[in-house]
Design a protein. Structure first.
Length: 245
């Protein structure tokens, strides 16, 4: 009897030791396995780097290029001097693109809506019916919006973005944005062919209206000139210096 009792006690002690030692052995193994699985997960996108790339490309559009780059873009020979540089050139281009796209979208929406309404109400119309003024309200708003877009587009085309001067020949080359977005237009003139117009109109730059004789009315802001004498020489108020600086 004593031997049987001792054998049972030994078995119980072994079982307890297993229960005590097992968690100590298994817990580190489970922890190591879970930790080792982390590198196998999908890599997290570097949002900070992507944001830096986005901001860099966004501000690159508004970055001002140097004079040599501008001459290459405009196709101007190196002997010409840049005397006028509109600091709003990128904003003018953005306004031109937005106004053009907006006008096209509004015209398309009005056209398709009118076609759908015509097909829907064909059976309800009669020859003696008179149009309801409220039915044309949408067309009136659309016409006003398109008119504003066209006016904004025309203002952009009247503002030169750059003016180059060739002093030896007293020649000027004006660079404008064209009728279509991203296109450009050149206007060439000489000294005394640009005249200042009278102050009139409602625009804030009514005192900056000029005319290239028999070519185009333009809007030039004086503070965009390289120096005040460049404008006076163009208008014929002063003479060009002999050193052509």
């Amino acid at each position: 009897m004593a031997l049987s009792i001792l054998s049972k006690l030994c078995k119980l002690s072994r079982i307890k030791s297993l229960f005590v030692i097992a968690p100590l052995r298994t817990k580190p193994q489970v922890f190591v396995r879970v930790f080792s699985m982390q590198p196998k997960c999908a890599p997290i996108l570097n949002t900070k780097k992507n944001n830096l790339v986005f901001h860099r490309t966004f501000f690159q559009f508004f970055k001002r290029p140097n004079i040599n780059t501008l001459k290459q873009i405009d196709g101007i020979p190196p002997e010409y001097i840049l005397i006028y540089r509109n600091a709003m050139d990128r904003y003018l281009l953005s306004a031109q693109i937005v106004s053009t796209v907006s006008a096209i979208i509004v015209c398309a929406v009005v056209f398709f809506y009118s076609q759908w309404e015509f097909e829907l109400n064909t059976q309800k119309w009669r020859m003696d019916d008179q149009p309801n003024p409220m039915e044309n309200e949408g067309f009136i708003y659309a016409t006003c919006f398109v008119t504003l877009c066209v006016l904004l587009h025309l203002i952009v085309t009247k503002m030169p973005i750059r003016i180059y001067n060739y002093p030896r020949r007293q020649k000027y080359v004006f660079i404008f944005y064209g009728i279509l977005p991203t296109t450009k237009k050149r206007v060439v003139c000489k000294v005394n062919e640009v005249i200042k117009l009278e102050e009139n109109g409602l625009l804030p730059w009514k005192d900056s209206r000029y005319e290239i004789v028999q070519k185009q009315n333009i809007i030039m802001l004086e503070h965009f000139f390289r120096k005040p004498s460049d404008l006076n020489i163009m208008l014929g108020y002063e003479k060009q210096a002999e050193d052509y600086d």
